[in-house]
Design a protein around this ligand. Sequence first.
Ligand SMILES: Nc1ncnc2c1ncn2[C@@H]1O[C@H](COP(=O)(O)OP(=O)(O)OP(=O)(O)O)[C@@H](O)[C@H]1O
Ligand SMILES: [Mg+2]
Length: 342
Amino acid sequence: MTATREPILTVRGLEKHFPIKGGGLIKRTVGAVRAVDGLDLDLYPGEVLGLVGESGCGKSTTGRAILNLQPATGGSVKFEGRELVGLDRKAMRPLRRDIQIVFQDPYASLNPRLPVFDIVAEPLIIHGLTKDEAELRERVRTLVETVGLNPEHTNRYPAEFSGGQRQRIGIARALALEPKVLVLDEPVSALDVSIQAGVINLLEDLKERLGLSYLFIAHDLSVVRHISDRVAVMYLGKIIEVAPRDELFDRPTHPYTQALLSAIPLPDPRRERSRQRIIITGDVPSPANPPSGCRFRTRCQKFANELTDTQREKCLTVEPPLESRGPAHQSACHYAAATQVL
Ligand SMILES: Nc1ncnc2c1ncn2[C@@H]1O[C@H](COP(=O)(O)OP(=O)(O)OP(=O)(O)O)[C@@H](O)[C@H]1O
Ligand SMILES: [Mg+2]
């Protein structure tokens, strides 16, 4: 499905480095947190690309840098062929409509002092998209209905809604400008498991109805497996493996992906019993000082147990590029498994 079409969003070598200031009177820059450190990804029209990885690996920073909410410090983000990196606020404004973000925490991301009508209407007013009050009311009504909320309740405040309803308000607001791409930053992680499915179903339905493309950031691998067409795995600011969903879950080739996936229970008890669990030891290294060569090597079981000294030397000194492992399947490991069935 994705092979022949042009991506709607192309990210190449994306960097977001946060300066670390020293102490003392003159706050000199003494280093950088390399939150996103050379990240490549493509998002195709109509697809859901899942983005997974441990806490702190740079998922949210990637989302914000793509939207230019926190400008990238390097690399390129192209939306329908147009470069976004380096655009100032004014130049970004017309493009802002096309890519919108939904945040994890609907409590923090909605202004508690505004009624729902104002929250959803605000982007329409800022962008001058409705000609009069009647059209604005109609548009807000439609948006609120679209996300499954009662349009009679738009005079209420966020605090009067449940978590799931609040996330629907956030989605209505994000849809107000009729975007083509939604960056969903852990959109259901803050919600009770019992209401996650309703929001996920809504997102799937909206994608089909409105022809959207999603960059779907999440921790929860079962949610990602459910919703994604392809999945990208991130480690310390970089993509280390990307593949079509089933290919990634059934035949991961990067030791990190293998370890992440080996932690999820398999539905088939026979396979579950016979399977080896791979434990990732140690903490994620600091993004201010990533390891030389392969940045996963300090926690890599393969590096620790399977490689010869000569092979290890390569991991210590050469950063592995993303290499093809099969149709639409890439991973960044010098000694990636051919296609290991877990
Ligand atoms: N404004 C900032 N200034 C300095 N460092 C930052 C800033 N924002 C994020 N970071 C650092 O960048 C790294 C990546 O953070 P980010 O929030 O993108 O991770 P994440 O993958 O979204 O994590 P989580 O799963 O916990 O949401 C972290 O080390 C974080 O501390
Ligand atoms: Mg995050």
